[in-house]
Design a protein around this ligand. Structure first.
Ligand code: ZN
Ligand code: ZN
Length: 839
């Protein structure tokens, strides 16, 4: 305001003078008046009063000089007013048009008005081209996004570039950063750059360019050769260090700096400290924050960096304090705070802060909030997350980062169809968007859809990255069918095949699909195995019933490298192969027995019906910990295999009182319990439990599902599934088989039936409708019958299916692999299973 008033009084005073001048009409007075007009114009332009400057020119055009008109053109350039500028241009005399200053301003004016052709034409007519003219052309090409033209013109440049041109060229090279830019930038530095000059600005541009090229050493040489370093020199160096991830060097330089830091330096140092987050960074960062002058405390840019830094240090309360004190919070500041809460895993606070925002949200806000909701998954998060999605402006729907977060959140909510809808609407899908969708399908146990997206990626000629391959491998592990795995493996580029996390994923995939041989081959090809590699291989042995191999490999892993997962995998392997003595030895070696490790040991004991010992473990655990539902499930499952209905009842009642809210576990428990009652012939008890389960727990039991691959296509079956075109043949095949099975001594055991039998059903017909049997049946009616039949089941295989499959392998002389929720069963032609009936 003060400045404006001063200018106005100056202006009025000068008008008076001009009026006086008009009456006197002497040359010297006119000249003096022109000078006054020019200085008023300059003052107005310096204070960005461009319109007023132009009005002043028109009012006193007759005493204006080339200098005045030059300033008027600059004003038009600033106003982006092409018409106004053109009007002034029309009035220029041929002499004025030949004035080099006016010519330079005109080039600039044309370029900023996006009239590149006019600028080029004017430039070509100029006989004596100067450095400022070249600089105006270079700048113009950058403004008009024609970076290559900068270099084309530079190649034709007829004069030696001086500071003003070098400055623009360095900035152009820094921005374009391709090979040509790097060559030209370095040539300029070698041939035309004068290290003895005093123009600090051009040095700073050179440093900025070199840092952008990642030529940190050369930038340091330029820095050390400088006689006059200013605050921007330090800023360019520190930003360069940060961009090249040399944060310690940025702090070293900050500590040596002998100039007072400005806002840029504050921001840069906070960023370096945030990235490092080590002790030194925490000391420097916090000290700088204390020293920070008060004027910066409401500066959102500095403050955002400070918040980011404190959040990275985990100092949430300090960040909150600074945030509260800021009176001009903008959305970026809120974003920094919410992102910090997310990083510190305090997602509820992210939502609390969101509810207090009274500003428009931007795409980053949406991303942060959707991520918080995806992490929380509770009712509040689901409500807020879905509401946000509805409110999200359309422009963000094609923003890949916001979109990716939205997809991820919906997939975590299990809302697959909503995610699919949003995904289809998006028009510019990136590889990350596809990856998110694939991952979401895997999360929701829809591996087939995941692989469909994978195929779509390739049809679109997008290049799948390591993450996408890793997810596809994960989908194959879920499907568990060897031929399907091979199809994906054949597509993995060679350089990725040797990446450890891909190798680890492959070991897991082959193992879960029943090929421990291929898993072993990958394992042996790994040059630097980490603990995940070992754990994966131990687990593969365990899953495939190779307990001793698992233990041997476990013993091979140095004790100090073993983690919780190593113990769990080894104990699991013992449990699946009935290796009690080994399990006890391993369990006693565990340095810290976590709840999961104890649970695995309980499972191992219960599979061998050592319930007293298992109970003792639970009792000891609960002395110092709250009860853990999975331990009881392991007990219950063992008691069920033992057909011990009394023990089952006791465990289940305890579960009901200890874990009234663990609905999913109570349902599974109820199924097991009703199962055990059926198996001992107490059908009434069994049906009571089932009706209790339906009434009290409500939630549906997970439907059993099996899939198998026929002629390269995956076929999925539910129990009693008649949807397959050849289902009549499949059921007929089982009618035949049932006779053969009974001849070989099989009895269909009603205790494996977990639901009431309808009037039109028999024990045999119910059991023969199990999904894994239908999947096997489809294989058996193929001609020729496949040499290996492979089936994957989402739940545990039942005892009847297990015995029947053993017999089918023997009668039909075919190898069968069934992967269930727990392990891989290899049924051999001699009628044995690799699990030795420990299932
Ligand atoms: Zn079954
Ligand atoms: Zn088995």
């Amino acid at each position: 305001m003060l400045l404006n008033k001063n200018i106005y009084s100056l202006y009025r005073y000068q008008c008076l003078l001009i009026f006086y001048g008009k009456r006197n009409k002497t040359y010297s007075v006119v000249s003096a008046l022109s000078n006054n007009l020019n200085s008023t114009m300059k003052t107005l332009i310096d204070s960005k009063e461009y319109k007023k400057a132009l009005n002043l020119l028109y009012e006193h055009y007759d005493i204006s000089t080339d200098f005045t008109k030059n300033m008027a053109i600059k004003a038009c350039t600033k106003l982006h007013d092409y018409n106004e500028g053109h009007r002034i241009l029309q009035k220029l005399s041929p002499t004025s048009l030949n004035d080099p200053y006016i010519q330079t301003s005109l080039i600039h004016f044309y370029m900023q008005s996006h009239k590149v052709d006019k600028a080029c034409h004017l430039f070509s007519t100029i006989v004596n081209k100067s450095n400022p003219m070249y600089a105006a052309m270079f700048k113009g090409f950058i403004t008009n996004k024609m970076p290559e033209k900068v270099f084309d013109l530079y190649d034709k440049m007829e004069i030696e570039p001086i500071s003003v041109t070098l400055n623009v060229l360095f900035n152009a090279c820094a921005r374009i950063r391709n090979d040509r830019a790097k060559t030209i930038g370095k040539r300029l530095l070698e041939k035309h750059f004068n290290y003895d000059q005093n123009d600090t600005g051009v040095f700073n541009s050179a440093i900025h360019m070199l840092m952008r090229f990642s030529d940190v050493n050369i930038a340091e040489d330029v820095f050390h050769s400088m006689k006059n370093k200013d605050i921007y020199t330090y800023g360019a160096m520190m930003k360069g260090y940060n961009d090249n991830e040399e944060y310690e060097k940025a702090l070293n330089l900050y500590e040596k700096m002998n100039v007072k830091p400005n806002e840029i330096i504050y921001t840069l140092v906070f960023n370096s400290c945030a990235q490092l987050s080590n002790d030194r960074a925490q000391i420097i960062g916090k000290k700088l924050l204390e020293q920070m002058p008060h004027i910066y405390r409401n500066n959102n840019i500095i403050l955002t960096s400070a918040l980011h830094m404190l959040m990275k240090f985990g100092d949430v309360s300090h960040a909150e304090c600074i945030f509260k004190l800021n009176r001009n919070k903008d959305i970026i500041c809120y974003n920094a705070m919410m992102k910090g809460y997310n990083e510190n895993q305090i997602f509820e606070k992210t939502l609390d802060l969101f509810e207090s925002i009274r500003l428009d949200l931007n795409d980053i806000t949406y991303t942060i909030l959707l991520n918080a909701c995806a992490q929380l998954l509770n009712d509040r998060a689901q409500t807020i997350g879905k509401k946000l999605l509805e409110q999200m402006p359309d422009i963000y729907r094609n923003n890949n980062i916001a979109l990716t977060s939205a997809l991820h959140m919906l997939m975590k909510f299990g809302d697959v169809s909503h995610a699919e809808h949003i995904f289809q609407l998006n028009r510019e899908k990136s590889i990350v968007t596809y990856g998110t969708m694939m991952n979401g399908y895997c999360m929701n146990r829809e591996p087939l859809k995941c692989l469909n997206i994978f195929n779509e990626i390739k049809q679109l000629n997008l290049v799948p990255d390591e993450i996408v391959f890793n997810i596809a491998i994960g989908a194959c592990s879920q499907i568990g069918i060897l031929s399907r795995c091979q199809t994906v493996v054949d597509q993995i580029p060679v350089h990725m095949q040797h990446q450890l996390f891909i190798q680890n994923a492959l070991i897991n995939m082959w193992g879960k699909s029943g090929s421990f041989v291929k898993a072993q081959q990958i394992f042996e090809s790994v040059s630097n195995p980490n603990i995940i590699t070992y754990n994966s291989m131990i687990n593969v042995y365990g899953l495939n019933g190779m307990g001793s191999e698992a233990i041997e490999l476990f013993r091979h892993v140095p004790a100090n490298e073993r983690d919780d997962i190593s113990y769990i995998c080894a104990l699991n392997a013992c449990s699946h192969s009935g290796l009690l003595a080994e399990a006890r030895i391993i369990f006693n070696q565990v340095p810290t027995k976590t709840e999961k490790i104890i649970t695995t040991m309980i499972d191992c004991l219960c599979r061998l019906f050592l319930f007293d010992e298992a109970e003792k473990l639970i009792y000891n655990y609960e002395k110092t910990n709250s009860p853990y539902v999975v331990m009881y499930m392991a007990m219950l499952s063992g008691a069920r295999n033992h057909r011990n209905s009394q023990l089952c009842d006791k465990i289940y009642n305890r579960m009901k009182s200890l874990f009234p809210d663990e609905k999913q576990s109570l349902i599974s428990g109820a199924v097991l319990l009703s199962n055990v009652y059926s198996s001992v012939g107490e059908y009434e008890q069994a049906s009571d439990i089932r009706s209790y389960q339906r009434k009290e727990l409500g939630v549906k039991v997970k439907a059993g599902m099996s899939w198998t691959e026929i002629n390269g296509e995956l076929v999925q079956f539910t129990a009693h599934d008649h949807s397959h075109p050849r289902s009549a043949e499949i059921f007929a095949e089982f009618d035949h088989l049932a006779v053969e099975l009974i001849q070989h001594g099989h009895t269909f055991d009603g205790s494996w039936i977990t639901r009431p039998i309808n009037n039109d059903e028999t024990i045999q017909s119910v059991l023969c409708g199990h999904s894994e049997k239908l999947a096997i049946g489809l294989n058996l009616i193929q001609r020729p019958v496949p040499s290996i039949i492979q089936v994957t089941k989402n739940l545990r295989i039942c005892g009847d299916c297990h015995s029947v499959t053993k017999l089918i392998a023997k009668i039909r002389q075919v190898d069968i692999i069934i992967r269930d929720a727990n392990r891989v069963h290899h049924f051999f032609q001699n009628g044995q299973c690799s699990c030795q009936d420990h299932f």
